[in-house]
Design a protein around this ligand. Structure first.
Ligand SMILES: [Zn+2]
Length: 503
């Protein structure tokens, strides 16, 4: 029996101006890796597809490797890029006996609001009976086409996503068990009319800690796969938001009951999924009051309106400007995306003093406030190629790539300026450019929850700073056109549906 394995993963922020083309889906530029080259990159790694590959090979299956296309979150995927990826995966589906896919579950393209559903629909049109197992991100916005055209869906239980590999392993084992006749998977799903805030979805915190724990407990019991997808609200599509998918062995009534239980639990916790924004001035004052003496551990200023892992431009400057205006010293900042600034620093050379118009370059017409370029004068401390080995388990075995980069020292602030979007969840992003984060008085990171993987235990305190950006934590700054209404908390909906129904 021949198993096809491929990945097409993108979380689309439909408010983001960052272009999503084919180069963004390749860690090294050009086209995403394919075939044996793809397997060589991901085999044994902490990724979802790494888990899938390893399970299939360990269980003795022959594999045919397709593309592994992963892009950092950004705006809607270009049509030609989507067609390039979908065509290859559909072709693979035509050549194999079963298919295992690592998808994200919140991909929107210029033409399709539901990139994954469209892909699976095309595969099913070609191969109506092909067994298809899919591993998905917890931020997946699940749609009717995704459920109707897959054998089983399986999502992360952690945020930060430290169980990507385990989810791939679970999806692969579940599909292979069914191929071997050990199980007969049936799947129940429905969504709740709620948009949990990303800043309130971390699984260190309630209510998602208990929700995910319950899902895992159910998997240890009667169910094959149990997933609570908290969803991605910055994808303005009809089905954005929280949903539950339960896969059981032939017991659809049992699956429906467990799905209902999980959705009822989530709905009951809806107020705890709401995020309350603190004004930036208050956050800055609080950070200064929390700062310790040098060497006693940094205070983290979290620029959560502009994080790459939710589709941010990573070039918003408002929190950095507030840091400079407040005169905070011994600060390390990661990072500002500005390839032109990196080129200017490289042209000036190490130790040169230069004045830059930094960041604020990508127009953000979808939100009411535009971050502006910041004029800074500083010294070029370091220039680098921006590649470093992952130092945390989440990306174990993979090379991180922030593109050509440099460190600019402006007063007491070291700013890492990069030319490729990367989420700073790994302290290696600082150490690769000669900055020891634990030795600083303050750190600034453009992140929301994922920083916790590598930084939570390094910092003395975290202060969430409301800057500017297309990942705005203020739903009032976003104009939703497509998400189903009414939906909590955008509307005053406080009575649950009479029954949990798909869509
Ligand atoms: Zn996610």
């Amino acid at each position: 029996m021949l198993i096809g394995i491929a990945a097409m993963s993108h979380e689309t922020n439909t408010f983001s101006p960052v272009v999503t083309d084919l180069a963004r889906f390749s860690g090294r530029g050009g086209e995403p890796p394919d075939g044996e080259a793809m397997a060589a990159i991901y085999r044994g790694t902490g990724s979802g597809i790494g888990g899938i590959i390893d399970v299939c090979e360990q269980r003795g299956y022959r594999c045919r490797f397709g593309i592994a296309a992963y892009a950092a979150p950004s705006g809607p995927v270009e049509n030609d890029t989507y067609e390039w990826m979908a065509t290859r995966i559909v072709q693979l589906a035509g050549e194999v006996d079963a298919l295992l896919l690592d998808l994200h579950g919140a991909m929107a393209t210029k033409s399709f609001d539901d990139g994954e559903g469209e892909l699976l629909r095309r595969i099913r049109a070609l191969r109506p009976h092909l067994p298809i197992g899919v591993s998905l991100d917890m931020h997946a916005n699940i749609t009717p086409d995704m459920v109707a055209n897959a054998t089983l869906l399986c999502g992360y239980h952690t945020y930060p996503h430290v169980d990507m590999r385990e989810t791939g392993v679970r999806a692969a084992n579940a599909l292979l068990d069914s191929l071997e006749g050990k199980t007969r998977p049936v799947m129940a799903w429905a969504n709740a009319p709620m948009l949990p805030h990303v800043m309130r979805q971390g699984t260190d915190d309630e209510p998602n800690r208990s929700l995910q724990a319950r899902a895992r407990d159910l998997e240890d019991g009667a169910a094959i796969a149990v997933s609570v997808f908290t969803g991605f609200p910055h994808a303005d599509i009809h089905d954005a938001g929280l949903s539950a998918v339960v896969v059981t062995d032939g017991d659809i009534d049992g699956a429906n009951n467990l799905r209902n239980e999980l959705l009822t639990r989530a709905w009951s916790a809806r107020e705890a999924f709401v995020y309350h924004v603190e004004p930036l001035e208050d956050s800055m004052a609080r950070a200064a009051s929390l700062a310790k003496a040098p060497g006693e551990g940094p205070v983290l200023l979290l620029d959560h309106y502009d994080n790459t892992a939710s589709g941010g431009t990573m070039d918003a400057t408002d929190v950095l400007a507030a840091i400079l205006a407040a005169g905070l010293d011994d600060v390390a900042v990661f990072g500002i995306f500005d390839p032109d600034a990196v080129k200017a620093m490289a042209a000036a050379g190490i130790d040169a003093t230069i004045t830059l118009s930094l960041g604020g370059k990508l127009p953000t017409p979808t939100i009411p406030r535009q971050s502006n370029p910041l004029t800074v004068t500083g010294t070029v401390k370091l220039l680098a190629d921006g590649r470093f080995p992952a130092t945390v388990a989440m990306s174990r075995g993979l090379t991180m790539n922030m593109g050509h980069c440099g460190v600019l020292r402006v007063g007491g602030v070291d700013i890492v300026i990069i030319s490729r979007h990367i989420e700073p969840f790994d302290p290696g992003c600082f150490r690769a450019v000669g900055i020891e984060p634990t030795a600083r008085r303050y750190l600034m990171l453009k992140s929301r929850i994922h920083y916790r993987v590598g930084f939570r235990d390094l910092v003395k305190a975290t202060v969430e700073c409301a800057g500017t950006g297309v990942c705005t934590s203020d739903y009032g700054e976003l104009r939703f056109h497509k998400v189903r209404r009414p939906v909590y908390p955008l509307d005053g909906v406080n009575t649950p549906p009479e029954e949990w129904l798909p869509g």
